[in-house]
Design a protein around this ligand. Structure first.
Ligand code: SAM
Length: 215
């Protein structure tokens, strides 16, 4: 973890999930090694939702549905979340969790590879996009994601600092992680340089970027 583990634990001692079902789904995901948003990242997203009041949210990377269910608790009336997942066992778990959390009306789960699904969605639709899929693929989702985002919509990307690896020289990173390291650096450059966006890179959780699509 990039932030000292003790600081994160201290911050999270003030945080709690919205309700018992959300807490239970978090625990099950963590116990079975499914990567889900960290509590402090959830707090940040919650506050952004309360400020921005997004009506249409798109998530890339549902896993077992935890973050979509968590976000559904802070949706405004008539708000909706569309989330995408391509890994069959997680799709099945997400479906079950969404029903169990009473969130079936608020969340649509699209099954398949986001590379295939994103071009089929209607552009200029989403007030908020949460990118939380394979880290090495962010760049390949980016141009479609930007088309789908409304003006003044926000794009949040999780895990952009890769447990601190992204800071290191490529030679200090294990060979296995070098491609992701290189791609994530390129991606951060891409979103910072894109003139349609204003972007901040934040040391929250595993690193998050927050962008707004300019008018
Ligand atoms: C970090 S997890 C998502 C966690 C989830 N957002 C949460 O916090 O509860 C990333 C998920 O993205 C999925 N994924 C990766 N690449 C994908 C792709 N190209 N299309 C759809 N899903 C993808 C993985 O199978 C994995 O379940």
């Amino acid at each position: 973890m990039i932030t000292d583990e003790r600081i994160a634990s201290f911050i999270n001692s003030f945080n709690s999930d919205y309700d018992d079902t959300v807490t239970a789904i978090r625990k099950e995901a963590e116990d079975s090694g499914v990567p889900i948003i960290r509590a402090e990242a959830g707090e940040f997203i919650k506050l952004l939702m309360m400020i921005k009041k997004p009506k249409q949210i798109l998530e890339i990377g549902a896993a077992v549905g935890f973050s979509a269910i968590f976000m559904s608790r802070f949706l405004i009336d008539g708000g909706h979340i569309t989330t995408i997942e391509n890994y069959e066992p997680r799709i099945a778990a997400a479906k079950k969790n969404i029903i169990r959390a009473g969130a079936a009306d608020a969340i649509t789960l699209l099954e398949g590879d986001a590379h295939d699904i994103l071009p089929t969605l209607t552009g200029d639709t989403y007030d908020m996009i949460f990118m939380d899929a394979a880290k090495g693929q962010y760049s390949s989702f980016f141009s479609e994601a930007i088309k789908l985002l409304k003006k003044e919509g926000i794009l949040i990307c999780d895990n952009v600092l890769q447990d601190g690896d992204v800071l290191e020289s490529r030679y200090a990173v294990t060979r296995r992680n070098r491609t992701i390291h290189e791609r994530m650096r390129e991606y951060l450059n891409e979103i910072k340089r894109n003139t349609d966006l204003e972007t901040a890179i934040l040391n929250i959780g595993d690193g998050m970027s927050l962008s707004i699509k300019k008018q």
